[in-house]
Design a protein around this ligand. Structure first.
Ligand code: SAM
Length: 311
């Protein structure tokens, strides 16, 4: 029998509810399809374990390595914010490219209280201010956020309220791209930012992932592959999508995802990955997946500290 978790309504949104997951962190439930943005057994534990840890990001940061991350499915921003938090705490830069077909409104993200999972709680204020600067409805395009290293939260807007960013703080302009005149680029300076203090950058692409052309020279060190499950988003679990992801990664990059079914593993292999099942988060799925670009003769070494089961 499925365990019932507390659900909280969101004002004016009958299609979404907040779910309190087993580690007390919050996620969203799409009530029309009964799908959640994270595992009900712990949104923050899943994010930390399946993505930050299994992708090797935490290990790279602990070794002082600047890291580039691709996330397919930005959703609530929890993966992004927890990754930036870890990077800032380590004093290492992250270059993060997140893709989603739509951006959630800042009021909804604010209601998830993601700051409770962070050491650098101001990151949520800074992210919400940047999100507000884009306006309520965000057109397909690419949007840049230059993350300040420090942020004076006394000048920041209320975490859980709407459009309070002073307009002079944000510079928005057209992205110089003749191919798509709809694309715009927004850089948020952030309050209290010290000169030369910027260490991390975020690019958010708002578009259906099937229409995104990934840069084969991007060289992502880590990929958080986090669309909805194959039953809800079958289009994103096709070899054609995953092949593009592989071509944008470093040859020693690591992709991590929560979905580990035989069909999904076979699709990853058809897309040119070597796959391993590794232990899932405490209280959550027994196994999750890590995948590396296949190189003949190389065994998938797995992630330090995890029992890796060879297929
Ligand atoms: C499981 S949630 C992502 C959770 C997210 N990583 C987080 O930390 O909150 C899946 C996301 O994939 C996005 N998505 C689903 N289908 C998509 C598509 N075809 N292209 C781009 N994004 C898609 C949804 O909008 C949703 O935000």
């Amino acid at each position: 029998m499925t365990k019932a978790r507390p659900l909280l309504p969101i004002a004016d949104r009958s299609d979404l509810m907040i779910q309190i997951t087993d580690d007390q962190s919050r996620t969203l439930m799409d009530t029309s399809e009964s799908i959640t943005f994270h595992s009900a057994s712990g949104a923050a534990s899943e994010t930390r374990h399946v993505y930050l840890q299994n992708s090797g990001v935490l290990e790279r940061l602990s070794r002082g390595l600047s890291t580039s991350v691709l996330e397919v499915g930005l959703g609530t921003g929890m993966g992004l914010l927890m990754t930036l938090d870890a990077a800032i705490s380590s004093g290492i830069s992250i270059h993060y490219h997140a893709i989603d077909q739509r951006l959630l409104e800042s009021e909804i993200i604010g209601a998830l209280k993601i700051e409770e999972q962070l050491k650098n709680k101001w990151l949520v204020s800074a992210f919400l201010a940047w999100r507000n600067s884009l306006g309520q409805t965000v057109k397909d395009g690419e949007y840049l956020w230059t993350v300040p290293k420090e942020y004076d939260s006394s000048e920041s807007p209320d975490l859980h309220s709407g459009n309070q960013i002073p307009s002079h703080r944000t510079a928005c302009g057209e992205l110089p791209n003749d191919d798509d005149k709809n694309e715009s680029v927004c850089h948020s300076a952030g309050w209290g930012e010290k000169e030369n203090a910027v260490i991390s950058t975020v690019k958010v692409t708002v578009r259906d992932f099937r229409d995104v052309v990934l840069d084969t020279k991007a060289g992502y060190d880590a990929v958080y592959y986090d669309p909805f499950a194959p039953a809800a988003s079958p289009e994103l679990w096709q070899a054609v999508c995953l092949r593009h992801v592989r071509e944008s990664m470093q040859s020693d990059g690591v992709l991590s995802t929560y979905c580990v079914s035989r069909q999904v593993r076979e699709v990853f292999e058809r897309a040119g990955f070597s796959v391993n099942r590794v232990r899932g988060p405490v209280g959550g799925k027994r196994e999750v997946l890590v995948a590396r670009p296949h190189i003949a003769g190389r065994t998938n070494p797995g992630i330090e500290g995890f029992e890796v089961e060879e297929r």
